[in-house]
Design a protein around this ligand. Structure first.
Ligand code: R5P
Length: 296
């Protein structure tokens, strides 16, 4: 049994691949802006496994709220288990307290999902495992960096793959191991007040090599732009970037273009897509279905 956001293509795709029935959801906004949702086929739910497929971008806060209302409606109809597939988990970067007085927003999001009855949570290239630790037993992350790097291979020759910071090392080594590629990392520092990114000096062997930079999220493009500039200075020939979640806020695309990035390959994890000659989207629904099949 699949329940999905109205207008989101992934639930129907998953339902088709695993042969599950879909439960329709209608939604509308009240004149004052509040949200109304209703499960149209609620009578299909009792005592069945329900897979709720939704993603949290754009309009993260509204999407999270919509998910919570749908979850409550599912729970009120007595499901056997609730499996939440969340390709993009908003707030995942605030996964700890960086400055005194901050919340751990990532934990708030997953704990609400848990408290509203989610038994299994599947994320795609989640920012860090700390987020799933907050969810507790039943939280799993699906790595797609290998799919994205494999896709990038047609643009590069004998590349080295690079993590733009130590936090990205897991997803880089995952792809490097599966595709037998060399990998390395850069040492990034972010000013916690201004958000500005700087890199510490660190020699890599990118001279005269094509480079694939692998990250989880591109938001303002600051991280990738600075990484690309450093690698170009160190002699990199061509820079291709792959990332699971292309939020592309502000003027991220221009920033990447002027930092010598040749191509950006993104997983199709959001509800919006940008149209630009430098961008390419990769369908990762096959990998989600494969992981989901372990639980159903
Ligand atoms: C940070 O640790 C993340 O993995 C991304 O590198 C970061 O969120 C990208 O943000 P921006 O594009 O704004 O630099």
């Amino acid at each position: 049994m699949i329940v999905g956001f109205p207008g989101y293509w992934l639930p129907a795709e998953i339902a088709g691949k695993i042969g599950a029935e879909e439960v329709r959801v209608t939604e509308r906004s009240f004149p004052d802006g509040e949200l109304y949702i209703r499960l149209v086929d609620y009578d299909k739910i009792p005592l069945r496994d329900v897979i709720l497929v939704s993603t949290f971008f754009p309009e993260q806060d509204r999407k999270i709220w919509k998910t919570l209302l749908i979850l409550d409606a599912i729970r009120n109809n007595n499901p056997k288990r609730i499996i939440a597939v969340r390709p993009y988990l908003a707030y995942s970067r605030q996964d700890r307290i960086f400055l005194p007085g901050e919340p751990v927003s990532a934990c708030v999001v997953v704990k609400i999902l848990r408290n509203l009855g989610v038994n299994i949570l599947l994320t795609v290239d989640v920012h860090s495992n700390r987020v799933l630790e907050c969810f507790g037993d039943g939280g799993y992350n699906i790595m797609v960096s290998d799919i994205l790097v494999e896709h990038a291979m047609k643009y590069v020759d004998n590349p080295i793959i690079i993590a733009p910071d130590k936090g990205a090392l897991d997803r880089v080594s995952h792809a490097a191991r599966l595709l037998s590629l060399e990998h390395d990392y850069l040492v990034k520092q972010r000013d916690r007040i201004t958000g500005e990114v700087t890199y510490m000096p660190r020699e890599t062997c990118v001279k005269n090599r094509d480079v694939v930079i692998v990250d989880d999220i591109i938001s303002t493009g600051g991280t990738i732009a600075e990484a690309s500039k450093i690698l170009t200075k160190q002699g990199a020939r061509k820079i291709v970037v792959v990332a699971a979640h292309g939020l592309l806020a502000e003027n991220a695309i221009n920033k990447l273009e002027s930092a010598n990035v040749n191509r950006v390959i993104l997983a199709d994890t959001l509800l919006s897509r940008y149209d630009h000659s430098m961008l390419e989207y990769v369908d990762i629904s096959g990998r989600i279905v494969r992981e989901l099949s372990r639980f159903i």
